[in-house]
Design a protein around this ligand. Structure first.
Ligand code: CMC
Length: 376
């Protein structure tokens, strides 16, 4: 019998051509292109095309892809009504998970696994998801829904539907860089969840729904909200040292630090740090950035020797806050972007499927007597 690996650490359970990670050196590439290059030069839409096609698009191909995505910004009418009837205290990640699942009911052929169909369904989910989040956020604030604007990019349109006004170029680009850097990341927990579900030959809606459920956890995508809670708890830069040391002493995790794969600084954290610093200066949030960078300094001194460095969630918290997003929208933002990666993995899995069915190491007793209920 194969060796047990708690948390499947070190187990290679799938092959992918999308993202490459070198955790020792802190390298992340999408289809061979370093994440920094994409964050500097690419758009989110082009990055999605790259992940789904394993090559950069020609200009005409990108135009077609953009057009197809923009046609899908508008939600089916029934779904809008459902959103408008949700309790206003619902959590956005629960709303997103439930509404992505509900999209299957607005698809006349939700179970098709033909690859061309699955790609269109993936586009559907990617196009609709920002509208779901924006409409729900407006619903809970008692505001009318804003119709999508197909002349806008994915990032611009989301911020427009959320705020009712077009974002500045700088804000839209900052948000887009977040989308690019979160789009795919090897066989992380939620991606694995998506692949496990589709490996039963279920459907893409079920796979993405499962992935959203996985991402919500504080050890995964939920950490960005945990980081913001921590930054809010720490009242000043002077408090950082004692706060962090206290947590470490109590063996509590510092959210936004550590990674199963990276034992160096997550390259996405480096990209987002630069962005967070600039945005914090531009939006009068420098104190937030200073607290973050002091936390990093203390952590570097205390635990870098254990390979614990900032991960993608650490500086994304400051970035999202500076963009003006409500705290409980941070993890949904991760999800909006990661739909790209999840969908690409669903397609890869279907192209060369084998049912995931690992074994469990039974460690309970054997040959026990059955004791009648009145004798227990
Ligand atoms: N703060 C303090 N100590 C930590 C941290 C942290 N953030 N992360 C790991 N450690 C310590 C941990 O206490 C343990 O120490 P010891 O060996 O003395 O018991 C050691 O490092 C190994 O930790 P682990 O939890 O067994 O490692 P793992 O590979 O199972 O966990 C992790 C990886 C991401 C779950 C973990 O680092 C963590 O809980 N981080 C905080 C949550 C977080 O930021 N998650 C986002 C991950 S990146 C985005 C994504 O892909 O979702």
């Amino acid at each position: 019998m194969a060796e047990f690996s708690k948390g499947l650490e070190g187990i290679i359970a799938a092959q992918t051509q999308m993202s490459f990670i070198n955790g020792q050196e802190g390298i992340l590439e999408y289809v061979g292109i370093p994440i920094g290059e994409l964050a500097t030069n690419s758009t989110f839409e082009e990055t999605v095309f790259l992940l789904w096609n394993k090559r950069l698009p020609k200009a005409s191909e990108l135009d077609t892809f953009n057009k197809q995505l923009r046609e899908r910004y508008a939600l089916p009418a029934g779904l809008q009504n459902r959103l408008a009837s949700l309790p206003t205290n619902a959590q956005p990640m629960h709303v997103l998970r439930t509404m992505v699942s509900a999209l299957a009911m607005h698809d006349s052929d939700p179970n098709s696994l033909e690859i061309d169909d699955v790609r269109l369904k993936a586009l559907n989910i990617l196009g609709h998801a920002p509208s779901i989040v924006a409409c729900f956020d407006r619903h809970r604030r008692g505001l009318n829904f804003i119709d999508p604007d197909p002349s806008l990019s994915f990032s611009e349109n989301f911020l427009y539907m959320l705020n009712g006004e077009k974002p500045t170029k700088a804000m839209a680009r900052a948000f887009e860089i977040c989308m690019i850097t979160h789009a795919d990341h090897g066989l992380n927990n939620s991606t694995f969840a998506a692949r496990v579900v589709i490996s039963t030959l279920s459907d893409i809606y079920s796979a993405i729904t499962a992935a959203i459920g996985s991402l919500r956890g504080p050890l995964h995508g939920g950490a960005n909200e945990g980081v913001m809670h921590m930054l809010n708890e720490i009242k000043s830069v002077e408090e950082v040292e004692s706060h962090v040391l206290g947590k470490l002493e109590r063996k509590e995790k510092i959210m936004g630090f550590g990674h199963r794969v990276y034992k160096a600084k997550d390259p996405r954290a480096s990209e987002l740090q630069t962005l967070a610093k600039q945005l914090a200066e531009d939006t009068g949030n420098s104190a937030l950035y200073e607290k973050s960078s002091k936390i990093e300094e203390v952590m570097e001194r205390e635990v870098a020797s254990k390979g614990i460095y900032p991960n993608v969630d650490f500086y994304s918290a400051t970035t999202y806050h500076c963009i003006g997003l409500a705290l409980d929208l941070f993890t949904p933002m991760f999800a909006l972007s990661r739909i790209a990666g999840w969908s690409g993995h669903v397609i890869e899995q279907l192209e060369d499927n084998r049912l995931f069915r690992p074994a469990a190491d039974y460690i309970g007793p054997h040959e026990q007597p059955y004791v009648a209920i009145d004798k227990r």
